[in-house]
Design a binder for this molecule. Structure first.
Ligand SMILES: [Mg+2]
Ligand SMILES: [Zn+2]
Length: 213
């Protein structure tokens, strides 16, 4: 449940739910092609229709928020300074599709690999929910009215942990995870979509049918 505020009028009580609805988006394998690790700008390539999908969300007043694990930093595959460059490229490419993101949050840590401060048991590596707590405050979000879209089991677990609905996309690692590992997941997706575009269409349909909370 999100925060609820009751506004009193002479003859009625209006229930007014606070906070913006958001679609939280995994990055690699969901927005851009999964290439193992994006350790160079050139390896960042948008998945077909991803820009259109995000534009649709923008047009329907959804906050779009990227939440991504980037343990490649802890693993020593690329410097943390590459991440903002990659995100600038992502935003530039999305702009060409007239789409934008409201927030981008990443975790550079890994619990066992690398050296401190990147090697640490942090609270921001999905499925932990630290990234959302930051986003929630900055963008006034209500996760209970929101969705999470990602290509891995941890994305689904993360989505449900924050109280959102969770959609698996079959791009990136999605198809393999779904086929071979779904039995081991702590929670199952509310919907399985071919790609981000289809996931967004499903979200908009749920809203139109009044299924959202
Ligand atoms: Mg992914
Ligand atoms: Zn972290």
């Amino acid at each position: 449940m999100g925060r609820v505020e009751y506004i009193l009028f002479p003859n009625s009580v209006i229930e007014h739910s606070m906070g913006n609805k958001a679609v939280f988006l995994d990055r690699d394998g969901t927005i851009n092609e999964e290439v193992g690790y994006v350790n160079h700008l050139e390896r960042f390539i948008l998945i077909p229709r991803a820009g259109q999908a995000i534009r649709l969300l923008n047009q329907h007043d959804w906050k779009t928020v990227v939440v991504t694990n980037q343990s490649g930093v802890a693993r020593g595959y690329f410097p943390e300074s590459l991440i903002p460059q990659v995100h600038r490229k992502m935003e530039d490419l999305l702009k060409q599709d007239r789409a934008h993101l409201d927030g981008i949050y990443y975790c550079p840590h890994h619990p066992e690999i690398g050296v401190p401060p990147y090697r640490q048991k942090c609270s921001c590596r999905k499925p932990s929910t630290g990234l959302i707590e930051e986003a929630e405050k900055e963008l006034d979000l209500d996760p209970s009215k929101s969705y999470m879209v990602g290509d891995r089991g941890v994305d689904i677990e993360f989505g449900h942990q924050i109280g959102a609905k969770a959609i698996l996309v079959l791009t990136g690692y999605g198809k393999g995870e779904w086929e071979y590992y779904r039995d081991q997941w702590k929670s199952q997706p509310d919907y399985v979509a071919e790609d981000l575009f289809e996931a967004v269409q499903w979200i908009l349909q749920q809203e139109a049918l009044g299924f959202s909370r």
